[in-house]
Ligand binder design. Structure first.
Ligand SMILES: Nc1ncnc2c1ncn2[C@@H]1O[C@H](COP(=O)(O)OP(=O)(O)O)[C@@H](O)[C@H]1O
Ligand SMILES: O=P(O)(O)OC[C@H](O)CO
Length: 552
C-alpha cells in the first residue's frame, strides 16, 4: 500500500448533495470521491428545509465510502494530512448545544417564509431602504441571508424559545454545524465559523470581521447564540472518532468563495461563475470592499490565516439554476434524470419565444425582490417540454449576462473569458448558450470540482499543516473546454429585451400581508361592499327569525 502520497480531504456540503473528495497536493488531481444526494422538504408554500442530521450522516457516509475507494486504489487513508469544509451558505441550523439535537429543520437559503419578516423589518428603516445595512454588512435586506431566518426561528419555534431561555440554543450555518459535530459535538466540539460564512449572515461587520452590535440589535439576535468567527485557514480542531480520528480540520470557506479560490481567481478583476443549485458569479476585488451601485453583494472572499489580509469579492447571486432542472424533474415530471435534460433541450433549435422566469424564491440579483414568483410566458399551441427545457437554460444565461455587465461596470473592467464550474456546467448546451448570450468565451476546466479544490488548497496551507503551497495561478489545464460565441449582437439584444419583459411580469406577484393599505381603491371598495352585504344579510336573517319566533 502507498503511504507516500500527500493528500487533503474536502467536505463539500452543497444544497443538492454532500461530497467527500480527496486531492493529491502535488498535482491538484482528484484521487477519489463519494457523493450522496440530500432530500429537501417543502412543508408549506415557499418553505425549503433540510434535515441537519441527514446532512451530518451523509458527510460521515461520504467519508467512509471515499476512504474505502482510496484503499481500493492501494493508497493508505493515513496519507490524508488535513481536511477542509466548504458548504451551502446562509442555510441556518438551530440546535441544543447540551444534547447536540437540532431544534428545527435547517432553513435553506432558498426559503421565502421570511418575506413578511423582511417587510416588518423594512418598516423600521427610514424610507424602507433595503440597502440601509449594506455599509456594515455588504448585503441588502432579503429573505436570503441567515439573520432573518434566525429571527423567524426565535419568533416562531417554541423549542428554540425554550432552549434560548435555558441558555442552550445555538444558531449556525452548515460549516459550524459540521465542524462542531465532527470535532466531538457536546463532548469536545469546536463551535466556530469562518469569515466567509459569517459574511453571509448579515450579522458580521465586513470591515472589523466581528459580530456587529448594531446588526445584532436590529435583528434581535443575542451574540452568545452564535459561533466564534475565525479566519478561513487555521487548525480549528481535530476529527473526533471515525476512520479519520485526529486529522486536523484547517480550512473553511463558503462554497462560492471556495470555487473562486479553486479557480485561482485571486487577483483583482478575476471572476468565476458556478452553476449548481443556484448560480453565483464572484469577482475578486483585492483587499478593498467595493460597494456596488447595481445590486451586487460585497462579500468576504477569504482570509488565509489569522494574521493574513482579508480579501473581498463582488457577487451576483442567481437563486435558481440547477434547482429549475430539479423542479422540472420532480414536480413536473418532464424528465426522469438530470442527464436527459440536455438531450431534451437540444431536440429543438430555439425556445419558440417561450420564456421561463424561475423566480421560485423571489428574484435575487439585481432586483432583491422577495415578492416576485416564477412565470412561463410566450406559450403557443406548438410549445413543447423541449422548448421549456431550452427556456430554462436561457433563463440562467440571461441572469448571468446581467451579473457580468454589473461587475464590469462596477469595477470598470472587461472580462475576456468567463471561468465556470459546478454540477450544472457539465451541460454543454448551457455553456454554448451562455457564450452566445454573453458574447464572451466560456472556459470550463476538465475537473469541475473547483469548490472542493479551493477549500482543500486553503486547508493544506494552514500553519501547522503547510502541505500545499501553490496557489498563485488561475486553474490551468490543457484539456479545458472553451465555448465561443456564435450569434450576432442584434439577435442577442432582441432576445435580451424580450427576457426583460418576462422579468417585469414576474415581479411583485405575491401580496404582502399589509398589501390592503396599498391596494387598488376599487378592489378595497368592492371588498368593503361585499363585507357590508354579508353583514346586512346576516342581520336581516336574524331579524326575520326573531319575528317568526314571536320575540319581536
Ligand atoms: N447536465 C445537467 N443539466 C442540467 N442540470 C444539471 C446537469 N447536471 C447537474 N445539474 C443540476 O446541477 C445541480 C447540482 O450541481 P452541484 O454543483 O452538485 O450542486 P450543489 O453544490 O448546489 O449541491 C442539480 O440541481 C442538478 O439538477
Ligand atoms: O448549493 P450551491 O452550490 O448552489 O450554493 C449555494 C450557495 O452557497 C447559496 O448562497
Amino acid at each position: 500500500m502507498n503511504f507516500n502520497k500527500v493528500l487533503v480531504g474536502a467536505i463539500d456540503q452543497g444544497t443538492s448533495s454532500s461530497r467527500f473528495l480527496i486531492f493529491d497536493t502535488k498535482t491538484s488531481e482528484l484521487v477519489t470521491y463519494h457523493q450522496i444526494d440530500i432530500k429537501a422538504s417543502y412543508p408549506e408554500k415557499g418553505w425549503v428545509e433540510e434535515d441537519p442530521l441527514e446532512i451530518l450522516d451523509s458527510i460521515n457516509a461520504c467519508i467512509d465510502q471515499a476512504l474505502d475507494n482510496l484503499i481500493k486504489l492501494d493508497i493508505s487513508p493515513l496519507c490524508i494530512q488535513t481536511i477542509g469544509i466548504t458548504n451551502q451558505r446562509e442555510t441556518t441550523v438551530a440546535f441544543d448545544i447540551s444534547t447536540g439535537k437540532p431544534l428545527h429543520n435547517a432553513i435553506v437559503w432558498l426559503d421565502t417564509r421570511t418575506t413578511d419578516t423582511v417587510n416588518e423589518l423594512l418598516k423600521k428603516i427610514p424610507g424602507r431602504d433595503k440597502n440601509h445595512l449594506k455599509p456594515r454588512c455588504g448585503l441588502p435586506l432579503s429573505t436570503y441571508f441567515s439573520a432573518v431566518k434566525m429571527k423567524w426561528l426565535i419568533d416562531s419555534s417554541e423549542k428554540v424559545q425554550s432552549a434560548m431561555r435555558d441558555g442552550v440554543c445555538r444558531f449556525s450555518t452548515v460549516d459550524s454545524w459540521l465542524l462542531w459535530n465532527l470535532t466531538g459535538g457536546s463532548k469536545s466540539g469546536k463551535f466556530l465559523t469562518d469569515v466567509t460564512n459569517a459574511s453571509r449572515t448579515m450579522l458580521m461587520n465586513i470591515y472589523s470581521l466581528t459580530w456587529d452590535p448594531v446588526l445584532l440589535e436590529f435583528f434581535g439576535i443575542p451574540q452568545n447564540v452564535l459561533p466564534e468567527i475565525r479566519s478561513s485557514c487555521e487548525i480549528y480542531g481535530r476529527m473526533s472518532g471515525g476512520k479519520l480520528d485526529g486529522v486536523p480540520i484547517s480550512g473553511i470557506l463558503g462554497d462560492q468563495q471556495a470555487a473562486l479560490y479553486g479557480h485561482g481567481c485571486l487577483s483583482e478583476g478575476q471572476a468565476k461563475n458556478t452553476y449548481g443549485t443556484g448560480c453565483f458569479m464572484l469577482c475578486s476585488t483585492g483587499t478593498q470592499v467595493i460597494s456596488s451601485k447595481r445590486g451586487l453583494l460585497s462579500t468576504v472572499a477569504y482570509k488565509a490565516g489569522p494574521n493574513k489580509p482579508t480579501f473581498y469579492a463582488l457577487e451576483g447571486s442567481v437563486a435558481i439554476a440547477g434547482a429549475a432542472t430539479n423542479w422540472l424533474r420532480d414536480n413536473m415530471g418532464i424528465i426522469k434524470n438530470t442527464n436527459e435534460f440536455e438531450t431534451l433541450a437540444k431536440s429543438v433549435s430555439d425556445t419558440q419565444n417561450c420564456y421561463f422566469v424561475p423566480a421560485f424564491s423571489g428574484l435575487f440579483f439585481p432586483y432583491w425582490e422577495s415578492h416576485a414568483r416564477g412565470i412561463i410566458c410566450g406559450l403557443s399551441q406548438s410549445t413543447t417540454k423541449a422548448h421549456l427545457a431550452r427556456a430554462t437554460l436561457e433563463a440562467i444565461c440571461f441572469q448571468t449576462v446581467d451579473v457580468l455587465e454589473a461587475i464590469e461596470r462596477d469595477m470598470n473592467i472587461t472580462l475576456k473569458v468567463l471561468n465556470v464550474d459546478g454540477g450544472m456546467s457539465s451541460n454543454n448546451l448551457l455553456l454554448e448558450m451562455q457564450a452566445d448570450l454573453l458574447g464572451v468565451p466560456v472556459v470550463r476546466p476538465s475537473m469541475l470540482e473547483m469548490t472542493a479544490l479551493g477549500v482543500a488548497k486553503m486547508a493544506g496551507q494552514a500553519e501547522g499543516v503547510a502541505v500545499w503551497n501553490d496557489h498563485s495561478n488561475v486553474y490551468d489545464d490543457s484539456t479545458n473546454d472553451v465555448f465561443v460565441p456564435l450569434i450576432t449582437t442584434a439577435s442577442r439584444r432582441k432576445r435580451y429585451m424580450q427576457w426583460n419583459k418576462a422579468i417585469a411580469r414576474s415581479k411583485n406577484w405575491e401580496l404582502p400581508d399589509d398589501e390592503m393599505i396599498e391596494a387598488d381603491p376599487r378592489e378595497i371598495s368592492s371588498m368593503f361592499s361585499c363585507a357590508l352585504f354579508t353583514v346586512t344579510s346576516l342581520a336581516m336573517y336574524v331579524f326575520s327569525e326573531l319575528v317568526a319566533d314571536g320575540y319581536i
